[in-house]
Design a protein around this ligand. Structure first.
Ligand code: BTN
Length: 240
């Protein structure tokens, strides 16, 4: 059961859930038709064109005993499955993006709420659902479910399907990691990253069972746990 709050417009569903986590039940979903300050990863913004599915899922209590990075992969696996149930093939770009034919269709932003300890985790998800086109600056990198399927997609149905998959896979690490690994987009690709302040070029080998990205550089293998790797040489954001 997921209690659901629906807003016609709000600044950010992640911000709302973070500010109100204490009074909201574990598993609450906050959905918005419009966001005026949608948050993306690494300080970016999530642009609302009025056709995307935007929601945040609150997890607190026992649900967050596992590594938060794994929760993000769990959410990615659930979203990938929900989209695939519409007959659209997806890839998962470690750690947080869902792609169709190499173009981003959805992003996941995980935010924690900490006092002395981690009190809650907010999983924010934005999916390009019914967009018919994108700004020329991102046209080659973004897609929508409608562009990929030539069908208008029901956002509520997609949300319900995601929640059902999330609940089914939750706690079954083997199952959701099998989905993540079999859909991994980066495997075999050359990636660029900044690692402890050093710019690196490496080959992505696989996603490990504990959710890290295994890289190889001049025969030496190492893993990175979070942050971002990019397929473009010009941009090297930090990875811890
Ligand atoms: C990313 O790709 O950088 C992550 C984007 C996450 C966007 C969603 S939209 C609903 C939720 N509320 C927010 O402010 N952000 C997330």
């Amino acid at each position: 059961m997921h209690p659901c709050l629906h807003f016609q417009a709000i600044d950010s569903t992640n911000r709302y859930v973070k500010d109100n986590y204490a009074s909201l039940e574990n598993g609450t979903v906050v959905v918005a038709e419009h966001q005026t300050a949608g948050r993306g990863r690494l300080g970016r913004t999530w642009l609302d064109d009025g056709t995307s599915l935007m929601f945040s899922l609150l997890l607190k209590g026992k649900e967050i005993e596992q590594d938060p990075a794994m929760l993000s992969l769990l959410a990615g696996a659930a979203l990938s499955s929900a989209i695939e149930s519409l007959g659209i093939a997806t890839q998962i770009k470690w750690p947080n993006d869902i792609l169709i034919d190499g173009k981003k269709v959805a992003g996941i932003l995980l935010e924690g709420v900490s006092q002395q300890t981690l009190e809650a985790v907010v999983i924010g998800i934005g999916v390009n659902v019914n967009s018919l086109g994108f700004d020329p600056s991102i046209q080659s990198k973004a897609t929508s479910l409608r562009l990929a399927s030539s069908k208008t997609i029901d956002k509520q149905h997609l949300l319900e399907s995601f929640l059902a998959e999330f609940d089914r896979l939750s706690g079954d690490k083997e199952k959701y990691m099998a989905i993540v690994c079999s859909h991994s987009y980066l495997d075999g690709k050359t990636v660029y990253l900044s690692y402890y302040g050093e710019n690196k070029v490496a080959k992505a080998i696989a996603i490990t069972s504990d959710g890290k990205l295994l890289l190889e550089e001049e025969g030496r293998r190492y893993t990175v746990g979070s942050g971002e790797v990019t397929l473009e040489k010009t941009y090297c954001p930090p990875v811890q």
